[in-house]
Design a protein around this ligand. Structure first.
Ligand SMILES: Nc1ncnc2c1ncn2[C@@H]1O[C@H](COP(=O)(O)OP(=O)(O)OP(=O)(O)O)[C@@H](O)[C@H]1O
Ligand SMILES: [Mg+2]
Length: 710
């Protein structure tokens, strides 16, 4: 056996190299905003006046960035660079960036008029947005920097934008097409770029936004879920016969809560007259906006349009309330309360009303309104994405639950099982106070048969290779959304070709790994970003070991061995990790392989190499004396660490171990890797010949033994 007993040095290089390696790889949406013609403007003004104008403009520009939880990364002269997705990811970062940009343009609109009338100057800004991978440095610190072509493209988009407009790159637009109206500007030339790139000017949010999920031209029927859907149907039947009901749909992101709701709607529409289906939705960036959940409902209740000024909103609310026969005093109070819900501003001075009064006014209008509606015939109130509801909306919903005792109302809420969300109380209240009317449906991942059926429905390809199918199953863990996104990636990467008559498998491509789709990277990073810095680092470190890992190895290489147990416990609690075995060795695994991929994908290449080396060295120490059985792991870790000499040796050991167990194909594969490493290493020709000869002998032996073994 080759020399594998090098001195154990788990911490070697940790301080020197580890400390130097800062930052993370992330997918971000970068927003560049710049003042149009600033040089000419600055020339006409005293520097102090110019600074004053810019300072005020920056205030208008940064407020929307913060409102959508972006980060102002840099103020540079007369430009602002903002990131959506760093230091904290949101699953809808591109959308947030565009909404912020629209608000920025609107805010500057008013300011622009003032500058024009007071100083006679034409002041305006333009914005460019792009989404892509970057390296973000100094996470958590005040200042943040990101490097990567994605930022340059955002800057170039901004330079190509006209005054008062927003340009999106193709990479951003692709993620948002169902949500915003745009004008396609064709391919534009970008300074310093060889290829022309597509650009899109944002017109505004779509009046009827489409679904961001699903794949154009590819769809699957609802698969599995028969039992859950039957219970949903029972609740519906009860309500149709006059008995109010509450249903809670619980499940992790992507398991199909919204899909169940839309299937239910189809059934309901067949059984009930129109307009008896009300939808409220939690919005991720509105989780702190009071009554945000009810904003759209209040709008439709009073016939308020999206761009109505506050005076019109006031008039419409007053007119509707008069129609309900309320007295003038109540009307004045309620109007103010609802103006707050709809526009967050009030026509009259709203500050003299206290919170309790506002709350009662809203409740006293909404509750009888809904009751009246339901008395006219069975009614459904759907609350999707309840986990994002603001606390005030949760209070209101809690109060509305009691309506099911009196009227034929079906309240269905869909909720991710996040116990710390304000919305969790709704589930608890339904369970304790209305057990006789409450049905809870917990969606679990699809089983292997159903996942397979879903893959077949989406990829109706006769000759789909079995390994690819297995890979999809392994990566997606029965989550339908993950399946869709992986299939989309296969289409995007040309592994599967989409034509008018369906999907086709491109046999020439070899797929052994699928890159994690950007959408899932973002979704999974939101969970990882919620961890404290040390726990997060531990998770990243664990991701280098693999989807499942021995506690002993992690402990050996962890920076904070003392805190490790606590961190593992909290990682189990947030369901990123599971304890997969106690005996013979304590072992953990990532609950989702894609979560491992996301954590691993966020590590800088240098850090990854360093971690792989540390993992390799830890295995050498812990499994000393049993290195043959670990050789394939050691080989991979040292290979990924860039230590090709060690990797070559271990690949050879792994090859011999496999050969001794008659696993000829594996053995040959290990030798192929060993040869690869030897070449990278500049090994002498004799070495290469020896390896090639061994490989040939193995393959020869394999063909010879085949007939006999058959
Ligand atoms: N049982 C199923 N059969 C076929 N497709 C499904 C099934 N369940 C979900 N899907 C599809 O998977 C995708 C994700 O489902 P959906 O959006 O309903 O998840 P969700 O639970 O609402 O997630 P989130 O918490 O993020 O809102 C959708 O495109 C949906 O159509
Ligand atoms: Mg949903």
């Amino acid at each position: 056996m080759t020399d594998t007993t090098s001195t154990p040095s788990p911490g070697r290089g940790r301080t020197s190299e580890g400390a130097a390696v800062q930052g993370e790889r992330r997918i971000i949406t970068a927003l560049f905003c710049d003042v149009v013609n600033s040089t000419a403007l600055a020339e006409q003004l005293d520097p102090e006046d110019w600074t004053e104008i810019l300072n005020e403009a920056f205030q208008h520009l940064t407020a929307p960035i913060l409102r959508y939880e972006g980060t102002v990364a840099k103020l540079m002269g007369d430009a602002v660079l903002a990131f959506f997705g760093a230091p904290v990811a949101h699953e809808d970062d591109p959308r947030r960036a565009v909404l912020a940009a629209l608000d920025m343009i609107a805010a500057i609109g008013a300011f622009r008029e003032t500058v024009k009338s007071e100083r006679g100057l034409e002041f305006d800004v333009r914005i460019g947005i792009n989404t892509g991978p970057v390296v973000v440095a100094d996470i958590g610190a005040r200042a943040m920097d990101a490097l990567g072509d994605a930022i340059n493209v955002a800057a170039r988009m901004e330079q190509a934008a006209g005054p008062g407009t927003i340009l999106l790159s193709g990479d951003t637009y692709r993620l948002l097409a169902p949500l915003f109206d745009v004008e396609a500007l064709g391919e534009i030339e970008l300074k310093g770029k060889a290829d022309r790139v597509p650009a899109f000017r944002v017109i505004g949010p779509k009046a009827a936004p489409g679904r961001v999920r699903g794949i154009d031209g590819v769809s699957a029927p609802l698969i599995g879920r028969d039992r859950e859907f039957a219970r949903l149907r029972d609740a519906m039947t009860s309500v149709l016969s006059g008995r109010g009901q509450i249903v809670g749909l619980l499940g992790e992101a992507g398991l199909g809560k919204s899909r169940m709701l839309s299937e239910l709607k189809q059934e309901w529409d067949r059984a009930s007259p129109p307009n008896r289906w009300i939808v409220l939705s939690g919005v991720p960036y509105d989780a702190s906006r009071p009554y945000g959940l009810f904003q759209n409902y209040a709008r439709s209740m009073f016939g308020v349009e999206l761009n109505d000024p506050v005076e019109t909103i006031h008039d419409k609310i007053v007119a509707t309330l008069r129609g309900h026969g309320k007295d003038e005093e109540t009307i004045a109070l309620c109007a103010t309360a609802f103006e707050r819900v709809i526009a967050a501003r009030t026509l009259l001075d709203g500050s003299r009303y206290d919170v309790e009064v506002v709350k009662n006014d809203i409740y006293n209008t909404l509750s009888p309104g809904l009751a009246r509606h339901a008395r006219n015939g069975p009614l459904v109130l759907v609350v999707d994405d309840l986990h994002w509801a603001d606390p005030a909306s949760v209070e209101l919903l809690l109060a509305l639950l009691s309506l099911v005792e009196d009227v034929p109302l079906l309240i269905v809420f869909a909720l991710r099982p996040e116990r710390q969300s304000a919305a969790w109380r709704i589930r608890q209240r339904a369970e304790t106070d209305y057990p006789h009317r409450y049905t809870e449906l917990s969606l679990r991942p699809l089983d292997a048969t159903d996942t397979n059926a879903l893959v077949s429905a989406l990829l109706s390809i006769a000759d789909l290779p079995a390994e690819l199918r297995q890979l999809i199953l392994r990566k997606t863990d029965g989550n339908p959304y993950f399946v869709e996104e992986i299939v989309r990636t296969l289409i995007d990467e040309g592994v599967v070709r989409q034509t008018a008559d369906g999907l086709h498998w491109e046999a020439k491509t070899d797929v052994s790994e699928i890159a994690i789709p950007d959408t899932l990277q973002a979704l999974l990073m939101t969970r990882i970003d919620r961890l404290d810095q040390e726990t997060r680092s531990t998770l990243q470190l664990a991701s280098v070991i693999g989807r499942s890992f021995y506690y002993s190895i992690l402990k050996r290489i962890s920076e904070s061995a003392m805190a490790l147990d606590r961190q593992l416990l909290s990682l189990e609690r947030v369901e990123l990790l599971l304890e997969s075995a106690r005996l013979p060795e304590l072992e953990y695994m990532f609950k989702h392989e894609l979560a491992r991929d996301a954590a691993y994908g966020s590590l800088l290449n240098r850090k990854r190499r360093d971690f792989h080396r540390r993992v390799g060295e830890a295995i050498e120490t812990i499994f000393v004396g049993r290195l043959e059985e670990q050789a394939h792991r050691l080989a991979r870790h040292f290979d990924l660490a860039g230590d090709t000499a060690k990797a070559q040796r271990y690949y050879e050991v792994a090859a011999e171990t496999a050969a001794s167990m008659h696993a000829t194909a594996e053995s040959a594969a290990h030798l192929a890797h060993a040869l690869d490493c030897a070449r990278k290493n500049g090994a002498p020709p004799t070495d290469l010949e020896r390896l090639a000869a061994r490989q040939a002998a193995l393959l020869g032996a394999a063909t010879q033994t085949l007939p006999g073994s058959a």
